[in-house]
Design a binder for this molecule. Sequence first.
Ligand SMILES: Cc1ncc(COP(=O)(O)O)c(C=O)c1O
Length: 465
Amino acid sequence: MIENIICTAGLTVLDTLKVINENGKGVAFVVGNENKLVGIITDGDVRRHLLRGGGLEEPVEEVCNKDFIYARSDESYGQVICKFSDKVSIIPVVDSNFRVVNYFEHRNNLYVPIALPDLGDKEFKYLVDAFLSTWISSTGSYITLFEQKMARYCECDYGVAVSNGTAALHLALIALGVSRGDEVIVPDLTFAATINAVLHANATPVIVDVESESWCIDPKEIEKAITPKTKAIIPVHLYGQPCDMGAIMGIAREHGLYVVEDCAEAHGAEYDGEKVGSFGDVGCFSFFGNKVITTGEGGMCVTSSPELNDKMRLYRDHGMSRKVKYRHDVVGYNYRMTNLQAAIGVAQVERIDEILARREEIEMNYRDVLEGIDFLEFQVGNLPGRKKITWLVSHMVNGRDRGEYMAHLKKSGLDTRPFFYPLSEMEIYKRYLYSNKNALDISKRGICLPTFCDLGEVKREWFVV
Ligand SMILES: Cc1ncc(COP(=O)(O)O)c(C=O)c1O
């Protein structure tokens, strides 16, 4: 109860100590006229006061700390959580009149999370609208609208909304006719969904190395790995960085290969001024909760091919004939997205430029605050022709033990994430390896940092060991 932690400014130090003792929090919030917060006092402050020769009968107002950390009630969780430190473990929340209305307490399991979705009034309004329309399954106006808006954003003619990013990749491969006996080239450094989609299509993945600079699939390695069985390439725009699409599309044209772009981590990234997703036969997006824009779970295939658009719609919807209901032309899947998810997606895609600008600001801030820490090497942001976006701010740790460094960041209250394990290091995928030298090295050193629109102040002291 909040009352147990509040004491009035006129109380003596002794009485304040009783309040602190009873509430068990080691702290009291001191309020003055009109219950406005004037200070914070901890049991440690009282101890130091007594050691300095102070008395127990003095008013607490004269002893408490007046330069304290607090949060306003309109601040978000992400902003408040960044205010904790090894010295601050409890934060009062005040209203517009500076009255205490709540408090946040740091517990051992409370971290600045790696990601939080950026959901606001617009998402809520569209979601309620979809709810009230009663079109809560996979038919409804928000689905069409989301597909149109996302396709337009990616400079493509069609969008096919699906249940998640993995389904998007699988659907694209199926629509392209990728099947048993075909080889599909994938990068070693990616989330497992990329290779799983190939295996779900009964094709054979061929794992190739990534570029040491961009961390994305290396076109030279793609070229070397091509065989008469190669049918497609899946470039993954990793951690917001676009692949070298000029070189990859050149190779694909020369060898007659399909290209399915995995854009799950790079909404809005560009190559030569054009959006990722618009280069290959199909671009596949994920809208999982930690992605740049989200629908909770969700995904989309974008394409400019009317034939692929038709095929993906057919396979997405149980393979059911679009002319005769309940007659099935092919063995399909249920990969549909709901209208409720799409409603959130419409709001998110309408706000994507604002979201990306904020994420970029966060990355710039990390780079500023951490400048000069010589063992940190940030992701390259200025490769010729490539415009990366900020998904998760990513850097490598050089000359230190990454595990120990992550443990240090955890102690600072930061939730971090190691880079993906190379696919080739996992028992179930290693037989598909072609090359992996750079991936092994990058994967061992990389860390992703908390990145979300509401992130509060980033402190250098969190990072310095
Ligand atoms: C590179 C990559 N591809 C595919 C996916 C799969 O997306 P989803 O989780 O929506 O199935 C993800 C994300 O989780 C991803 O990071």
